[in-house]
Design a protein around this ligand. Structure first.
Ligand code: RAM
Length: 338
C-alpha cells in the first residue's frame, strides 16, 4: 500500500513539474561560468592579489566560479599541463600570465578550439594563443621608469645589474629591452648595466643570484628587480650582507611585502600597479567573451565595472594604468591593500 502511494506521489510530482523545477536548478548550476586565473607559480603574493580582484569581479557579476591555479615552479611546461587538464574539464575561460610567450600557443589554441575563452594578462602570450593580452601598463613606460628609479638612487653613477624572473618571462623581457634603451641616454653615461641574471621568481634562487652579483661587481651601486619575488629576496640579501645604503635596491614590488625594507632604507623607492585591478579586469573581460559581448576587436571598449572602459588596441593588446611609485611617505597606506 505504502509503495503504491509513493509511486502515485512521484507521478503527481512529475506531472506538476516539481522535478522539472529541480532540473532547472541544476541546469543553472551547470551553467555557471568556470573561470581560471592561471599564475606563473605558486606562492607568489602578486598572484594572490590578482585572484582577490577576480573574486571581487565574480561576486559582482554573479554566476561565476573563479579558481586560482599555478604550477609549483614558473615554467611553461607546468602551465601547459594545467591548461591540458582545464581543456578536459571544459572550463569556460582561462586568464594566463605566461611563463613563455610562444611555448603556450599550441595548448592555448587547443583550448580555444574546444570553445574555451583565453586571454593573457600580466605576462603575455603572443598573438594566435589568446584573444586579448591585458597589460598592467605600457611596457616602455615600465622599463624606462626602472632605470630612472635606480639613477635617482645612485646619483646617476656606477654599475647596475638586473635580477629578473625567469629567462623566458614575456613581461620582464619586454621591460628589460626598454631598460637597455633608456640607459643609452646621455644622462646615464656614468651608469653601466653590467649583467642581467634570473632568479626564476623563486625566493632562494633570487637570494643566491643577488649575493653572487654583490660578490662579482665591486662597484655595484644598484640591483633592479622587475619582479616582486626577486625584489623581496634581493632586499633581504642586501640587508643580510650589511650593504644597505651601499647597494641600492629597486624594482617592482608589492607594498605589503616590501614595507619593512622601504622603511629601513634598503629599498628607498620602487614601483608597481594594482594587481587586484588586473585580476578584476581580466575577469570582466573573460565574462564578456563567454557571454559573446566582447570580441577583442581593435578599438573595442570593454566595460569593466569599477575600472570603467578598457580599450583594445592593435593585436588585441589592452593597457591599464601607469605604474605607481612607492617610498617611505606612502608605503603604509598601500601596504594595507596589496
Ligand atoms: C612577479 C611576477 C609578475 C610581475 C610582478 C611585477 O610577481 O613576475 O609577472 O608582473 O612580479
Amino acid at each position: 500500500m505504502k509503495k503504491a502511494l509513493l509511486i502515485v506521489l512521484i507521478a503527481a510530482m512529475v506531472l506538476t513539474g516539481v522535478f522539472a523545477q529541480g532540473t532547472k536548478e541544476s541546469a543553472t548550476m551547470a551553467g555557471e561560468k568556470q573561470i581560471v586565473i592561471l599564475g606563473k607559480s605558486m606562492g607568489n603574493g602578486f598572484f594572490d592579489a590578482v585572484f582577490k580582484g577576480s573574486e571581487e569581479a565574480a561576486a559582482e557579476l554573479g554566476g561565476i566560479k573563479t579558481t586560482y591555479m599555478a604550477p609549483p615552479q614558473a615554467t611553461a611546461e607546468g602551465q601547459i599541463e594545467i591548461i591540458e587538464s582545464l581543456i578536459a574539464q571544459k572550463v569556460s575561460g582561462i586568464a594566463i600570465s605566461a611563463n613563455d610567450a610562444d611555448a603556450l600557443i599550441p595548448v592555448a589554441k587547443k583550448a580555444m578550439a574546444a570553445g574555451i575563452k583565453v586571454i593573457s594578462y600580466d605576462s603575455g602570450i603572443n598573438p594566435g594563443g589568446r584573444t586579448i593580452d591585458l597589460l598592467p601598463s605600457n611596457p616602455e613606460l615600465i622599463g624606462r621608469q626602472q632605470i630612472q628609479l635606480a639613477a635617482e638612487l645612485t646619483n646617476y653613477t656606477g654599475d647596475v645589474a638586473v635580477l629578473s624572473a625567469s629567462a623566458q618571462a614575456t613581461n620582464q623581457n619586454l621591460w628589460i629591452e626598454w631598460m637597455k634603451e633608456e640607459i643609452k641616454k646621455p644622462e646615464y653615461s656614468k651608469m653601466k648595466l653590467v649583467e642581467v641574471v634570473y632568479g626564476d621568481d623563486a625566493p632562494d634562487k633570487s637570494y643566491r643570484e643577488a649575493n653572487a652579483l654583490m660578490q662579482k661587481y665591486s662597484n655595484l651601486k644598484a640591483i633592479i628587480c622587475p619582479t616582486t619575488v626577486g625584489l623581496l629576496a634581493t632586499a633581504q640579501a642586501v640587508k643580510d650582507a650589511g650593504k644597505t645604503g651601499v647597494v641600492e635596491v629597486t624594482g617592482l614590488g608589492l607594498p605589503s611585502e616590501m614595507k619593512g625594507y622601504i622603511l629601513d632604507g634598503t629599498c628607498r623607492q620602487m614601483a608597481l600597479w594594482n594587481p587586484i585591478d588586473l585580476g578584476y579586469s581580466s575577469t570582466y573581460i573573460l565574462n564578456g567573451m563567454i557571454e559573446g559581448t566582447v570580441t577583442g576587436a581593435t578599438g573595442e571598449a570593454i566595460s569593466a565595472g569599477r575600472m570603467g572602459d578598457i580599450k583594445v588596441e592593435d593585436n588585441g593588446i589592452a593597457f591599464m594604468s601607469t605604474p605607481y611609485v612607492f617610498n617611505k611617505d606612502n608605503i603604509e597606506k598601500f601596504a594595507a591593500i596589496y
